[in-house]
Design a protein around this ligand. Structure first.
Ligand SMILES: NC(=O)c1ccc[n+]([C@@H]2O[C@H](COP(=O)([O-])OP(=O)(O)OC[C@H]3O[C@@H](n4cnc5c(N)ncnc54)[C@H](O)[C@@H]3O)[C@@H](O)[C@H]2O)c1
Length: 270
């Protein structure tokens, strides 16, 4: 059921790779709620061609941009504001990539060259996106920016490796830029800390199935799905959450505040 929560709003969605992507699910919900969209992803991801299906389903143009390239970001914002005929109301940052995890390097043997790229793509890219919007004055008053994160920023999950550090940095950027953008234009910036979700990025983490099952058993409501996450993002882009900013918001079926559940205790007693 749609509520027209985003009627008249214009947004950029970063990171829809395929149907499983959290960004893909969120784009569909935003469109259902009345938003006009521009979709973007790295040129290499666009070559896979999947995003054209989403583009048709949401009547949105696709504009390629590597988030580590400031020229790409400037062009993206120029093209998006030209397409909308005005400024932007919301942005979803749904981007993550660990080069060390990809190359099979564990946390204790990080390659620092890869590590810098990981931090740039997965965390400082939020700063780059916000800085581009800031310099171009591309966001409307009461705009909303959401970036996706994971609880490994606060708790240790061994195989999440350098992405834990990237998420801690991402959440810090959201808070710090959130202060400045609130003062300048009442723009709110939050991170949503999502349950483990079966996507391309998610499945790249070693032992992902065990990880998902454990979270499922430790969450009184079970793991939150990507469609649930999309709904939550819609609420954060809507006018109903205008005073929420600089927060890390857990969207995880209660996982983050559990010590232990009966289900996990039962497993331990076997
Ligand atoms: N899947 C999970 O379990 C889970 C849990 C919590 C948070 N998250 C976060 O959700 C976000 C989305 O991930 P997902 O799970 O939907 O996976 P996904 O693989 O579908 O999305 C990751 C996206 O990042 C994009 N990307 C990578 N490098 C880029 C670059 N240089 N420029 C532009 N885009 C680039 C990829 O093309 C891809 O579209 C990530 O931040 C991820 O860390 C995922």
């Amino acid at each position: 059921m749609a509520y027209n929560l985003l009627q008249g709003k214009k947004g950029i969605i970063f990171g829809a790779l395929d149907e499983k992507s959290i960004a893909w699910r969120t784009a569909l919900k935003c469109y259902e709620e009345g938003a006009q969209l521009v979709l973007t992803n790295a040129p290499v991801a666009l070559r896979m061609g999947e995003i054209n299906k989403l583009s048709e389903a949401t009547n949105a143009p696709v504009i390629g941009a590597d988030v580590t390239n400031m020229d790409d970001l400037k062009k993206l914002f120029e093209d998006a504001t030209a397409h909308f005929g005005g400024k932007i109301d919301f942005i979803l940052h749904s981007i993550g990539m660990s080069l060390n995890v990809r190359k099979g390097k564990s946390y204790t043997e990080l390659d620092y060259g890869f590590n810098q790229k990981t931090l740039d793509i997965s965390a400082m890219s939020l700063h780059r996106v916000l800085r581009t919007a800031w310099d171009m004055d591309a966001l409307n008053e009461w705009g909303s920016v959401v970036a996706l994160t994971y609880i490994a920023a606060q708790r240790v999950f061994p195989h999440y490796s350098e992405m834990a550090d990237a998420k801690a940095l991402l959440e810090s950027v959201a808070r710090s830029f959130g202060y400045h953008y609130a003062i300048k234009k009442k723009v709110r910036i939050n991170t949503v800390s999502q349950s483990p979700t079966r996507t391309t990025a998610g499945s790249g983490v070693k032992g992902f199935d065990g990880f998902m099952n454990y979270a499922e058993k430790m969450s009184p409501m079970g793991n939150a799905s990507s469609d649930d996450c999309a709904n939550y993002c819609v609420s954060l882009f809507s006018d109903l959450t205008r005073m929420v900013t600089m927060q890390n918001l857990f969207h995880d079926g209660g996982f983050s505040f559990m010590g232990v559940t009966q289900e996990v205790l039962n497993e331990m007693e076997k």
